[in-house]
Write a protein that binds this ligand. Structure first.
Ligand code: C2R
Length: 168
């Protein structure tokens, strides 16, 4: 059996820690169903443009509440985006498990998305969820990036250039 010297083991351990810290997701994207994938893609394509790490998971607060709790409590992400249609409990339930800002994206599954929009916007006082427009995954991504940019100068610079380009 090969024995690895203590110093080498320490080096490997520190390397793994550093790599996992820098590779860890900065944004956790939850969706209530696989059927929300077209909205999730709007979010991920915007985040890819800015080179920000994220993790996507399908987890329904109605169908699998313990999975949602585990994901939200276990993430190191600074922002959570929750995509949901119909009665859209997911963003609110995610918010109940964390102090990280949660952005809810209402999906137009029925009632042109008004059901989901109202569920997300009408949170009881004390547990806020930021609601973007119906199916507006792009704005959820942009808002998440702006939150991260508060403590990330490089990202802030990219967002400033992005806004400059919008003027053209
Ligand atoms: P299915 O297509 O799986 O029946 O889902 C999903 O986000 C989706 O838009 C239909 C719709 O139900 C939504 N859903 C929620 C939750 N779980 C599923 N809003 C939740 O926990 O909030």
């Amino acid at each position: 059996m090969v024995t690895i010297p203590v110093r080498a083991r320490r080096f490997i351990f520190i390397r793994v820690l550093v790599v996992s810290y820098f590779m860890a997701e900065r944004i956790l994207i939850l969706s209530g169903s696989k059927s929300d994938s077209s909205i999730v893609e709007k979010i991920t394509s915007s985040l890819d443009e800015f080179g920000v790490e994220y993790k996507c998971e399908v987890a329904s607060a109605h169908r699998n509440p313990s999975k949602v709790e585990k994901l939200v409590k276990g993430t190191f992400a600074d922002v959570i985006i929750a995509v949901a249609g119909l009665s859209a409990a997911l963003p609110g339930v995610a918010a109940s498990h964390t102090l990280a800002p949660v952005i809810g994206v209402p999906v137009s599954a029925k009632l042109e998305g008004m059901d989901a929009l109202l569920s997300i916007a009408q949170m009881p006082p004390g547990i806020p969820v930021a609601a973007v427009g119906i199916d507006n995954g792009k704005n959820a991504a942009m808002l998440a990036l702006q939150i991260l940019a508060i403590s990330d100068k490089e990202l802030e610079g990219k967002l400033v250039s992005y806004r400059e380009k919008m003027k053209e």
